[in-house]
Design a protein around this ligand. Structure first.
Ligand code: GLN
Length: 196
């Protein structure tokens, strides 16, 4: 059986993530070996190889993670986690907003909405370590990461702060690679996890 990927479907851009993983697998030539489904309940997570935590509103996602009993299952999850924007907020060890209880799976702190009101959303070609050409990234009220600890690989920064980090089977991005047609980061994540 192929890799099973679940997209946390509590709130946010869930269908975009599902499509992006399917497209990435197709672009890589292993479409048949990747199955992507939305997940909402603890027992839907246990058997997965990887989970995506989508962009959305991290206060809402945090609240729904608690309400659905997903906090412990996500912390204990042994597969890969692909986290974008609000997802990156959830992966941190601490967040500048007391309404959010982050999962603490990656050792960095987060500043939400770090690009200021004038730049609520913007697009930029960003340099990502290990990619041969820049990645066209969509930022929507994006966070940045600070104070990365040991074991964290910083793979992208802008003047405002860190926008992309990796740690073995985890990838956290402050932008939205699921919006747009560039599958390189999804492919890289699947490779990092040994799923393709
Ligand atoms: N600013 C949002 C938050 O912290 C994230 C925005 C997004 O995911 N596009 O929840």
């Amino acid at each position: 059986m192929g890799a099973r990927i679940g997209v946390l479907a509590l709130q946010g851009d869930v269908s975009e993530h599902i499509d992006a993983f399917r497209n990435a697998a197709r672009a890589f030539g292993s479409e048949a070996s990747v199955m992507v489904t939305p997940v909402r309940k603890p027992d839907e997570i246990t058997d997965l190889d990887a989970v995506a935590i989508p962009g959305g509103e991290s206060t809402t996602i945090s609240r729904l993670i608690e309400k659905n009993g997903l906090f412990e299952p996500l912390v204990e999850f042994e597969g890969g986690i692909f986290a974008t924007c609000a997802g990156m907020v959830m992966m941190a060890r601490s967040v500048d907003d007391p309404r959010i209880r982050p999962l603490g799976l990656m050792d960095y702190t987060v500043i939400r909405n770090a690009f200021g009101r004038q730049r609520e959303s913007f697009e930029a070609d960003v340099k990502i370590a290990g990619l041969d050409r820049p990645f066209h990234a969509v930022f929507i009220r994006a966070p940045v990461a600070e104070h990365p600890g040991n074991g964290i690989k910083i793979v992208g920064t802008l003047p405002e702060g860190i926008i992309a980090l990796e740690q073995e089977r985890y990838m956290a991005l402050s932008f939205h690679p699921e919006l747009g047609n560039d599958p390189r980061l999804h492919i890289r994540f699947l490779k990092n996890c040994g799923l393709i």
